[in-house]
Design a protein around this ligand. Structure first.
Ligand code: PMV
Length: 328
């Protein structure tokens, strides 16, 4: 009745931005990401505890945070088809939570896989991805390692909306993602609210959906060929378009800070000098730089020269895995 899982976060190369179903977390478009190591979240789930308790990163979870965890475990109970009793959950991450990398993606992926295992359900990446998605959309892409594609699906029940691994972590071991933390502050508008307002008010939103959907197979092809330059250009284009559709929301949503723009400007200059480095940007001010192993030191130096207060260097990460050591 107890299981522990370690999962990595992921960074979207083609972003997910906007839900067609808020409750089930179903997206309007497909997306594609890279799972990132060595940073990870470890989660232990035990059913049959005296009462429901949720501890996240050293604190007792409250309110909606706690509800999201317990709701996911309710879905596990339904899948198990039996009364599993109350659950105890302890989860810990090893990376700066303000890094702009959604710890929720790794957290909900670990919770989904651990929850199923603790309930005695068999390992099933599709079922775990669907479960993880219900915690946080991007989490469905952290159940497996390497490059994962979240297929938007068509069904109203979301059973065809999950992530599939296209290439494992070993496919492009030389690829590097360098997280440049230029701002540690909490973002003003969470992704959840930002995407909702964009869907509802941005006149550019339909164009975003069409374009992002078309970029996914292109990105897949470039990853197959390991074409860093073309993939870098695609990532930047996709990030700009996600931010453009948000800037066009009412009220406008701007996640970029002056430090973000300064770094992006500097990247361009460095590229002209022959440094192969591109950026992507989630719903926050911290760019994630895409480069190769030979240039990760240069990418870190560049980020620091532009005022990054912290830098996390990442490599392609593996699948969410069951551990034998538990957190309690
Ligand atoms: O899954 P959420 O609610 O954390 O939203 C993720 C949104 C982005 O990070 C901006 C894009 C993505 O695909 O990860």
């Amino acid at each position: 009745m107890k299981a522990t899982v370690r999962a990595h976060p992921n960074i979207a190369l083609v972003k997910y931005w906007g839900k067609r179903d808020e409750a089930l977390i179903l997206p309007h478009q497909s997306s594609l990401s890279l799972t990132l190591a060595p940073i990870h979240v470890t989660t232990t789930v035990e059913f049959g505890a005296p009462s429901d308790t949720v501890e996240l990163h050293g604190h007792a979870a409250k309110g909606s945070e706690r509800d999201r965890v317990l709701r996911l475990l309710d879905a596990v109970r339904v899948q198990a088809g039996r009364d599993l009793g109350p659950a105890k959950v302890v989860s810990r991450g090893d990376f700066p939570m303000a890094a702009g990398l959604a710890s929720s993606a790794a957290g909900f992926a670990a919770l989904a896989v651990a929850g199923r295992a603790a309930a005695g359900l068999p390992e099933d990446t599709r079922a775990s991805s669907i479960l993880a998605r219900r915690g946080s959309g991007s989490a469905c892409r952290s159940v497996q390692g390497g490059f994962c594609e979240w297929q938007r699906g068509e069904r109203a029940d979301g059973e065809d909306s999950y992530a599939l691994q296209r290439f494992d972590a070993g496919h492009w071991a030389d690829l590097r993602m360098v997280v440049a933390i230029v701002d540690r502050g909490e973002k003003e508008v969470k992704s959840r609210d930002g995407m909702k307002s964009t869907v509802e008010t941005s006149p550019y939103y339909p164009a975003w959906v069409k374009d992002a959907e078309a970029e996914v197979p292109r990105a897949r092809e470039l990853i197959a060929k390991k074409d860093l330059e073309a993939l870098g250009e695609l990532c930047e284009r996709n990030a700009w378009r996600m931010h453009s559709t948000s800037l066009a929301a009412d009220p406008p949503l701007c996640y970029l800070s002056s430090a973000t723009l300064g770094l992006i400007q500097h990247l361009r200059e460095q590229r002209k000098k022959g440094v192969p480095v591109w950026f992507t940007l989630d719903a926050g001010p911290n760019p994630v730089l895409l480069t190769d192993a030979a240039h990760e030191v240069a990418a870190e130096a560049l980020a620091r020269a532009c005022g990054a207060v912290d830098v996390v260097r990442c490599v392609p990460g593996g699948d969410a895995t069951l551990l034998t050591e538990h957190l309690f």
